[in-house]
Design a protein around this ligand. Structure first.
Ligand code: IMP
Ligand code: MG
Length: 179
C-alpha cells in the first residue's frame, strides 16, 4: 500500500481531482456541442489516456462510439524519439467523425505520426483532444490540439493515467514527478 496520498517521488500535486473533474466537464460540454447528431468515434490512445478517456466520454452527452489504439514513445522520463504504432490495430474509421483522445502533447511526434496514419484511412473529420500540453518541448512546429485541458511547463507529470515506467497511473490527481 502507498504509505500516504503522495507516494515517494511525487514532489507536488499539480492538478487535484476537483480541478481535473471541472476541466473534463468543460471539454465534454464543448465536444457535446460539436458532435451532437454526428455519431462520432472517440479513440483512446493507450495507455496514458485511459483514465481521462473514461471520464471524458461520460461528459459527452450525445450518441458516440469508442475504440482504442496503442502508441508509445517514452521510456522512463525520456522520450525515445521513435513512435511505435501498429497500424493493423487501427479501428475502422473510413467516413467517420473521429476524435483522438490523448493524455499529453510533448514533442508532438506521437500525435503528428498518429494524425498522418489516421488521415491516410480517410475519416470524414479528425480532431484531437489532449488533457495536457507542454508547448515548450515542441519538436513538430505548429502542432496543437483542437481541444486542450491545461498548458503546463516543462515538467514530468504522472497520475490520472500518466505513468513513469508504467507506475503511478492509478493516482487520482496529476503530480510532478522527480525520480
Ligand atoms: P510526444 O510524442 O513527445 O508528444 O509524447 C507524447 C507521449 O509521451 C504521451 O502520450 C505520453 O505517453 C508521454 N509523455 C510525455 N510527457 C509526459 C509526462 O510528463 N509524463 C508522462 N508521460 C509523458
Ligand atoms: Mg501516451
Amino acid at each position: 500500500m502507498y504509505v500516504s496520498d503522495r507516494p515517494e517521488g511525487i514532489e507536488r500535486i499539480l492538478f487535484s481531482e476537483e480541478q481535473l473533474k471541472e476541466k473534463v466537464a468543460e471539454i465534454g460540454r464543448a465536444l457535446t456541442e460539436e458532435y451532437d447528431g454526428k455519431d462520432p468515434l472517440f479513440v483512446c490512445i493507450l495507455k496514458g489516456s485511459t483514465v481521462f478517456f473514461a471520464d471524458l466520454i461520460r461528459e459527452v452527452k450525445c450518441r458516440l462510439e469508442i475504440d482504442f489504439f496503442r502508441a508509445s514513445s517514452y521510456s522512463g522520463t525520456k522520450t525515445t524519439g521513435s513512435v511505435e504504432a501498429d497500424e493493423s490495430g487501427l479501428p475502422d474509421i473510413k467516413g467517420r467523425d473521429v476524435v483522438l483522445v490523448e493524455d499529453i502533447i510533448d514533442t508532438a511526434r506521437t500525435l503528428s505520426r498518429l494524425k498522418e496514419i489516421f488521415l491516410r484511412h480517410e475519416p470524414k473529420s479528425l480532431k484531437i483532444v489532449s488533457l495536457l500540453d507542454k508547448p515548450s518541448r515542441r519538436e513538430v512546429e505548429g502542432f496543437s490540439a483542437d481541444y486542450l485541458g491545461f498548458e503546463i511547463e516543462d515538467l514530468f507529470v504522472v497520475g490520472y493515467g500518466l505513468d513513469c515506467d508504467q507506475q503511478f497511473r492509478n493516482l487520482p490527481y496529476i503530480g510532478i514527478y522527480k525520480p
